[in-house]
Design a protein around this ligand. Structure first.
Ligand SMILES: Nc1nc(=O)c2c([nH]1)NC[C@@H]1CN(c3ccc(C(=O)N[C@@H](CCC(=O)O)C(=O)O)cc3)CN21
Ligand SMILES: CC(C)C(=O)C(=O)O
Ligand SMILES: [Mg+2]
Length: 274
């Protein structure tokens, strides 16, 4: 009907209420990270629902060995760049390490990510003390994505990037925390590197959508670091990721294959799960 794609109407914008509708309808939510406008445009055109400007940019863009050196200025810069490449996907930005350590800092940081950066939602790691921050932001109509399990900003406490929730005690703690972040007002929850059965239970028990990374196929959606799914991450790619560019001839094809594989439940397979 639209011979010229340039005259075709843009896909409708993805909204926070729509993510809840997807969970209800059991339609998978497809998410990927992006750090600049050109990749953001590729990701958007592939029909990805949620684009995350992850503080993983410290590792994959800046070459650091953790996400801790990433500053709020870095996040604002990349978020604004990504926003200019998007037409439909929902834009989520990570609050970097220590930028939400107090209510005041969280308001300032979220204000910049949403104001200068044009993010529609901010993401922060943890529960406990962070529940108060989730509640304070959400009361001020800042949509919040929580992040539990392997929270990379805690790498120095964990002593490395390790799967979380393998023992019963920690698994129960993660279930409790998932309920608490939802009650505090989070509208989305990233579960990173937790056993598939645990993520499945959490996804069933809470009303907000869950997005898994190394958390099995039963989450409401999936997220991957863009450079992992394109197979260009230097060194060892995390086991839960897959190179979708291998055997394909373009970035656009790789992104469409990823989105299709998430929507039809082919990704993640058991070998990407714990
Ligand atoms: N390229 C990249 N991909 C990511 O998914 C990612 C980043 N960077 N940086 C920020 C965090 C850090 N993440 C990581 C980093 C390493 C492992 C890792 O080495 N995992 C082991 C499993 C360890 C275990 O079995 O306990 C693996 O083999 O995948 C996991 C998550 C996830 N995020
Ligand atoms: C891996 C995702 C969830 C993330 O937090 C990031 O890219 O920083
Ligand atoms: Mg992150």
């Amino acid at each position: 009907m639209y011979a010229n794609p340039a005259t075709a109407p843009a896909r409708a914008a993805v909204t926070v209420p729509q993510l809840y509708a997807r969970k209800q309808a059991r339609e998978k939510i497809v998410s990927v990270t992006a750090y600049d406008a050109s990749f953001a445009a590729q990701v958007d055109a592939a029909g990805v629902d949620v684009v995350l400007v992850g503080d993983s940019l410290g590792m994959v863009v800046q070459g650091e060995s953790s996400t801790l050196p990433v500053t709020l200025d870095h996040m604002v810069y990349h978020t604004a760049a990504v926003s200019r490449g998007l037409t439909s996907a929902l834009l989520v930005a990570d609050l970097p390490f220590m930028s939400y350590a107090s209510r005041e800092r969280a308001f300032e940081s979220a204000g910049r990510l949403m104001g200068e950066g044009r993010a529609a939602m901010v993401k922060l790691e943890g529960a406990g003390w962070a529940l108060d921050i989730i509640q304070a932001l959400s009361e001020r109509d800042v949509p919040v994505c929580a992040h539990l399990g392997l929270t990379p900003q805690s790498v120095h406490k964990f002593g490395g990037y390790r799967v979380q929730g393998r023992d019963d005690e920690r698994a129960e703690e993660l279930v409790r925390e998932s309920h608490l972040v939802a009650e505090a007002g989070a509208d989305l929850l990233v579960l990173e590197c937790v056993p598939a059965a645990l993520a499945e239970r959490i996804t069933r028990e809470i009303a907000i959508p869950t997005i898994g990374i190394g958390a099995g196929v039963h989450c409401d959606g999936q997220v991957l670091v863009l450079y992992d799914l394109l197979g260009i991450t230097p060194g060892k790619r995390p086991r839960f990721s897959r190179d979708f560019l291998a055997g394909r001839d373009s970035i656009a094809a790789a992104l469409r294959a990823y989105a299709d594989a998430v929507r039809n439940g082919e990704f993640p397979a058991p070998e990407h799960s714990f």
